[in-house]
Ligand binder design. Structure first.
Ligand code: AMP
Ligand code: MG
Length: 412
């Protein structure tokens, strides 16, 4: 297949998303809902605050009783948070009030304790020249009103959302299920990470890289270990993986003599959707779907080279996982940045090159890192973004603006 016949990144992603479906909704305790996608609008069962409340420790009074913020007032009672006032505030009187406590009827301002002097148990001098009606009072329902939607369907729940859901009575919430994703590393050269590689062998880094990407994407990784480049070993392991919502295979999808994965997938009834994408790195990507009764498993045959797999994950797997979790806007979010140094683009594939992105107020800078290609994890580790270069021979000059795909560790 020539490069021109292969499908583009956008076409490939459209085909992947076309096969991706939101998973079932599950009721989950709020404590376990962080980072889940809310499946239904969440409304409040309370006003917040539930009453006009004081936001300081001080005295609730009538601003009109002071002149230039000064006056001496009788103390009627003391109200702390959780109690209700028993007196209305009348002319030249006040109530000692603590943060969070309900404002007594009649009062229209609170003077903080630091601006007062206690004269006797039941008398206080006020000295707050800037005192105005309404000060230090948070009106009932000024934060939110009972019945209002406080967190919308489709929101990925952050700690602040969890706090808001707790305030509004949601001990359980309905979120989209997290995809279970099986991972199988294939290759005769692979040994487990706790082994010393013998002659010709390397450690299976991919399973660990992919498991971390999955965990970051809120999926549930189901590792299947390593399979040898042998039809029956592959068959047996792949079959177990098809019970999951997705299966990530690493290796065995290129053009080598032991690249057996596509044939075994076909034998197992996995419908091929595409093989090979006009992207660098990551060209050998294989994608298909397995359906059994109502169950659907998306199968990604990722190339064995670790960074080819990572680029494919960002471009295709992550958007599929986000769709499964109920998100709707899942296309990767490119940004614009200026090249920190010139770059020579060759070939007919859209290229993703590891680079350091520095975000600045006026314009960000993107500088390609020193990199030895798709097996060079060490070189890639200096990057926090992927610089994207469209297909075609061309020199990109320093200062030229290009598209950039930030990886998840970029801070603004
Ligand atoms: P393949 O796609 O199977 O032809 O593998 C391409 C390259 O990636 C080869 O150099 C493999 O040794 C390497 N590779 C394959 N699987 C892994 C893995 N699980 N971890 C690290 N490198 C791998
Ligand atoms: Mg291989």
């Amino acid at each position: 297949m020539s490069n021109r016949e292969m499908i583009s990144v956008d076409e490939a992603r459209a085909l992947v998303l076309d096969q991706s479906r939101p998973l079932a909704q599950v009721e989950t305790p709020l404590a376990a809902a962080l980072d889940g996608i809310l499946a239904v609008d969440a409304r409040s069962d309370v006003d917040s605050p539930p009453h006009d409340k004081s936001v300081v420790d001080g005295y609730a009074l009538r601003a009109a009783d002071l002149s230039d913020g000064r006056g001496e007032l009788a103390i009627l009672e003391e109200v702390t948070a959780g109690q209700m006032p028993t007196h209305s505030v009348t002319v030249n009187a006040c109530t000692r009030i603590m943060t969070g406590a309900p404002i007594p009827a009649g009062a229209d301002a609170v003077v903080m304790i630091e601006r007062t002097e206690l004269l006797a148990d039941d008398r206080v001098r006020i000295d707050d020249p800037r005192c105005v009606a309404g000060q230090n009072i948070m009106p009932q329902a000024s934060s939110l009103r009972q019945g209002e939607v406080v967190v919308h369907r489709g929101t990925r729940l952050r700690p602040i959302d969890i706090g808001l859901l707790a305030e509004t009575g949601h001990a359980h919430v309905r979120v989209f299920d997290r995809p279970r994703v099986a991972m199988l590393a294939t290759g005769n050269e692979l040994v487990a990470i706790d082994q010393q590689p013998g002659p010709g062998k390397i450690r299976n880094s991919n399973s660990h890289l992919l498991a971390s990407l999955l965990a970051q994407a809120q999926a549930r990784p189901a590792p299947l270990g390593i399979a040898r480049d042998d039809r029956s070993a592959l068959r047996e392991a792949i079959e177990r993986g098809l019970d999951c919502d997705a299966l990530l295979l690493s290796g065995g999808v290129s053009a080598g003599v032991l690249d057996l994965v596509p044939a075994v997938l076909a034998e197992l009834g996995v419908q091929a959707v595409f093989h090979k994408v006009r992207v660098k790195p990551g060209k050998p990507l294989w994608f298909g779907v397995h359906e059994r009764a109502a169950h659907r498993c998306l199968v990604f045959g990722l190339p064995g080279n670790p960074l080819s797999g990572l680029v494919n994950f960002e471009l295709f797997v992550r958007p599929a996982l986000r769709t499964m979790q109920g998100e709707t806007d899942v296309t990767p979010a490119y940004e614009r940045a200026r090249l920190g140094q010139e770059f020579r683009q060759r070939g007919t594939r859209q290229t993703y090159y590891p680079a350091t992105l520095r975000r600045q107020a006026m314009s960000s800078t993107i500088t390609p890192v020193e990199w030895r290609g798709s097996a060079d994890l060490r070189g890639f580790a200096a990057a926090n973004a992927l610089a994207m270069f469209p297909a075609g021979e061309r020199r990109f000059d320093e200062g030229e603006e290009i598209d950039v795909l930030p990886l998840q560790d970029v801070r603004g």
